[in-house]
Ligand binder design. Sequence first.
Ligand SMILES: [Zn+2]
Length: 236
Amino acid sequence: MHRVLAGPIEFPEFSSVFVICDEKVVVIDGGVPNSTMDAGFLNQVDYLVITHAHVDHLGTLREIVSRYKPKILISEQEYQRMDFEKINSEGREIYKDLMEFFGEAEKVEGEFVIVDEDDEFPLGENTLRVIYSPGHSKGHISVMIGNFLYAGDALGAIFNGRYFPLLLRGSSREQYYSSIRKLLEYNPSMIGLSHGGLLPFSDVERSIKENSPPGDFGLGGTAEEIARKFSSLFVY
Ligand SMILES: [Zn+2]
């Protein structure tokens, strides 16, 4: 398992892309378009998981898909939103001036596979299992591989040890928190957060329960500015 930093140049830790190497190789999400990630170290990618169609998760997809031709696993609802003009304009609406750091995503054409709750994909030693986890976005999916849960944006974000939820204004609070409860019941040993990296289950669970508003992230400079602006987009 590799955690690849895929945030903007000013704050690489902003986004994490997870690469799981079994007989089959899985990549989870694609970071921001102005990404520090170089996908060239990969030899193969069999499956690319899109947890949800937000611009800061789709950045390097075009490169990965054109080079490795993976099957792209996505939910029906998020697939319906894979119109890149819309994704970028929605990005400007949601993320406002953060889009200057993120950049605009480019259209991805490839083999999309629509997935649903409990769908399984054998990888060799492990199996990838799809967990429907809507709330942050309507068709958000998470995946369990072995004892690790890759939760995209469904469980919130942690920068420099400080947690904040990723519940957007106008989204269903009930759906968001019911997905959190559901994901925690899987009792994984480690949790991969797109905005936070790979963390022990107990750290994430404790942060969610405390749910205290973040103050200073202690990052300094532009990274701090990005972290603060991003965290202020979400509600408690
Ligand atoms: Zn998102």
